[in-house]
Design a protein around this ligand. Structure first.
Ligand code: AMP
Length: 285
């Protein structure tokens, strides 16, 4: 596995793959890797002959300097996991490599970035689309793989690639979970033991919602099932429940007529330094 710290090194690695007639799959991460990230690598490996990964804790997608500073960094273990998974090249750039001085260009999906979870984290998706467009331009992959756990992020990136005619196929990969149902996330490492146990409430609430759901069931009933379940867990602070039409991201209202997507944002830990966890589920009646 080639470990590249500069844009010119990764460009040279990818150019050599292309010259040999290989196809390139990209997996972008912020490190602190776990089995969820490895599922993206496996999907890329199954469909492409070469896999490129990136590890970059992107400052522009953090609203809060403390959250950025607290983000776990486990570079040696990450490189070992990527190597074991058969990744061909990895880019680990400095922030200055990605955001040169006087960087002023941003990429934003103007509507999708500013609804739902985007309202809870202003500027977050703009940071994501800006960095992902840079990483697409740097690595020029045929396809890129993103987790369905970050459901709005996946839709935002698909829309960006489509709107800007980027020659990259964007694929979603199902969420990998711990044995109790908690979606794997690098942030889980920041939970106290008690909060870690309580965090199962996200997937439990989604199970309850799925049990309630069905054709012509009031969306309000599904919404109530989610809120009641989360609010019954004293360690959890519900930040957002969104139930939308997965095709348009418009709020689902009235009776359930077709597929819905549910997105949850729930905080744990101290108010001044919380750990925000998200989870999602698509339900077809
Ligand atoms: P992150 O390092 O958290 O920015 O995530 C990098 C990529 O891994 C994103 O596309 C995430 O959606 C994806 N990812 C994170 N956790 C999981 C998971 N539990 N299952 C599948 N994909 C995941």
């Amino acid at each position: 596995m080639q470990v590249c710290r500069t844009i010119s090194n990764i460009r040279a690695a990818v150019a050599a793959f292309r010259a040999a007639g290989e196809t390139v799959g990209l997996v972008t991460t912020m490190g602190a890797l776990h089995s969820g990230h490895m599922a993206l690598v496996a999907a890329a490996k199954a469909a492409q002959t070469r896999v490129v990964a990136t590890i970059f804790v992107n400052p522009t997608q953090f609203g809060n300097a403390e959250d950025l500073a607290n983000y776990p960094r486990t570079e040696d273990a990450d490189l070992e996991m990527l190597r074991d998974a058969g990744v061909d090249a990895v880019l680990i750039p400095d922030a200055a490599e990605i955001y040169p001085r006087d960087n002023e260009t941003i990429v934003e999906t103007t509507r999708l970035a500013n609804v739902l979870h985007g309202l809870v984290r202003p500027g977050h998706y703009r940071g994501v689309t800006t960095v992902v467009s840079k990483l697409f331009n740097i690595t020029q992959p045929d396809a890129a793989y993103f987790g369905e756990k970050d459901y709005q992020q996946l839709q935002v990136i698909k829309r960006m690639a489509r709107d800007l005619q980027m020659p990259v196929a964007v694929h979603g990969v199902p969420t990998v979970r711990e044995s109790d149902g908690l979606a794997m996330s690098s942030r889980n490492a920041r939970l106290t033991e008690n909060d870690r146990r309580a965090a199962v409430v996200l997937s439990r609430a989604l199970d309850k919602a799925e049990n309630e759901a069905g054709r012509r069931v009031p969306i309000d009933r599904i919404d109530q099932a989610l809120r009641t379940t989360i609010n019954a867990e004293p360690r959890a602070r519900l930040r957002a429940v969104d139930i939308v039409d997965p095709a348009t991201f418009a709020p689902a209202v009235g009776l359930m007529k077709g597929p819905i997507a549910i997105m949850l944002s729930v905080e744990f830990g101290p108010n001044d330094n919380p750990v925000m966890l998200i989870d999602q589920r698509e339900i077809t009646p």
